[in-house]
Design a protein around this ligand. Structure first.
Ligand SMILES: *Cc1c(COP(=O)(O)O)cnc(C)c1O
Length: 356
């Protein structure tokens, strides 16, 4: 096939900040690599793709995104893979999801092959920023925003697409205390819960703060219509072990289709673990913890991979889940996923995309 992708203009930093950065002490999402990928949409077309030094943007205070939140994003990681390699994990799935987000938010999708090309070029250029060790990764944040300059509720004509990268470490996380949210909602039928648009997260901040003030790390969101069904945990998908079956809420339009979620379901089924996607009620989880039928719960997402839940707060009562044994199926799933991403075991699904 003839490669018709436009060549990316690359303007490198004069002096890397890497030597002055402590990759052993990283606060998640606070440190950025030397370069970023930038591409504008104007006059109905994507313009010249560029890689340039990471730095501030200048924008008009009338820029549309600042007023009406027409903005979408993605989150994925690059890992060390094999002896000296670096690889992205399922980037095509993130790209496809960003295309769906763009459609829902009335934005032009980024051409998928150009998107992947930009990711690979950026990771290759800044791969020295990937922290060593088993838990190091580059967290990659593609995003797009409405860049027109006027005050009016209308889809923008112009957009800017950017990819940033942040070196991260899987810090030790204590098991989570989560609270069933029975009043506020993250998403509702017909809304935007199934896409990664900025406004979803702004709307969740206040109910999350209420939960945090009451001593919980995050909320266990329930459906907006009846607060009867469990949907997600904070900004992660949620899984329960119910009667020995790995169970997660089915994707019904209000739940974000996590790539970690899909990977866990796939690996679980291949390894003979029964896994179900279905509606999960608040009642069955509350009763199930009391009578021992629910034996584990965890959040799943790119940032944390698997985040075990130890307490679920319900109407002022703390329901405790048993501590996970080191050889539990939950930890086993997390390890399997990690081994695929890092090239320790063979990639049977075409999930791993080598950068070099
Ligand atoms: C990003 C996200 C997830 C997890 O998706 P991954 O692809 O696994 O990282 C789950 N829920 C919400 C609300 C999210 O924004």
């Amino acid at each position: 096939m003839i490669n018709t992708l436009p060549a990316i203009d690359v303007r490198r930093v004069q002096k890397s900040r890497l030597a002055a950065t402590d990759l052993h002490n990283l606060k998640f999402g606070h440190v950025f690599t030397d370069h970023m990928f930038v591409m504008d949409y104007a006059d109905g077309a994507w313009q010249q793709p560029q890689i340039m030094p990471y730095g501030d943007l200048e924008m008009s205070p009338a820029t549309l995104v600042l007023h009406y939140a027409q903005t979408i994003f993605e989150g994925m990681k690059a890992y060390r893979n094999g002896k000296d390699g670096v690889a992205l994990f399922r980037p095509q799935a993130n790209i496809a999801r960003m295309t769906r987000s763009a459609q829902r938010m009335c934005m032009p999708p980024v051409p998928e092959d150009l998107f992947l090309d930009g990711l690979k070029a950026l990771v290759a250029l800044d791969s020295a920023w990937l922290p060593d060790g088993k838990d190091g990764a580059l967290y990659i944040r593609p995003f797009m925003y409405a860049s027109d300059e006027y005050i009016g509720v209308k889809a923008s004509m112009g957009y800017r697409f950017i990819i940033l990268m942040s070196p991260v470490r899987g810090y030790y996380q204590e098991p989570l205390r989560v609270r069933l949210e029975m009043k506020y909602s993250r998403a509702f039928p017909g809304g935007t819960g199934e896409v990664k648009c900025g406004g979803n997260y702004a709307g969740g901040l206040y109910p999350s703060k209420v939960g945090q003030d009451a001593g919980y790390h995050q909320n266990l969101w329930t459906d907006a219509m009846e607060h009867k069904y469990i949907e997600e945990s904070g900004t992660m998908n949620v899984f329960f072990m119910i009667d020995g079956v790995l169970t997660t809420p089915s994707l019904d339009g209000t739940i974000l289709a996590g790539i970690t979620r899909d990977s866990i379901l796939t690996l679980a089924r291949e390894h003979g673990l029964k896994a179900e996607e279905r509606k999960v009620t608040v009642e069955e989880v509350v009763h199930g913890i009391r009578n021992g039928r629910v034996t584990a719960a965890f959040g799943a997402g790119t940032a944390a991979t698997i985040a075990p839940i130890k307490v679920i707060g319900f109407n002022g009562e703390d329901l405790e889940l048993p501590a996970l044994e080191a050889d539990s199926e939950v930890h086993h799933l997390g390890r399997m996923l990690d081994e695929v991403r890092r090239g320790v075991v063979a990639d049977m699904h075409g999930w791993v995309v080598k950068v070099h």
